[in-house]
Write a protein that binds this ligand. Structure first.
Ligand SMILES: [Zn+2]
Length: 52
């Protein structure tokens, strides 16, 4: 499951495997599914990540 992070009144979602943060839950989920399956990150997905 993705982790919900609250920071400065904003909600972020974290991929528990690669620890990237996303503004949208759907990307965090995609990332986590990809990370789990391939044991690495997809650039197509992580480009949607935000800086923690
Ligand atoms: Zn990930």
């Amino acid at each position: 499951m993705t982790k919900e992070i609250k920071k400065e009144n904003k909600k972020y979602y974290q991929c528990e495997i690669c620890k990237f943060y996303y503004k949208e839950e759907k990307w965090a989920e995609k990332c986590e599914n990809f990370c789990r399956k391939y044991n690495s990150c997809s650039l197509e997905i992580t480009k949607h990540a935000i800086k923690a």
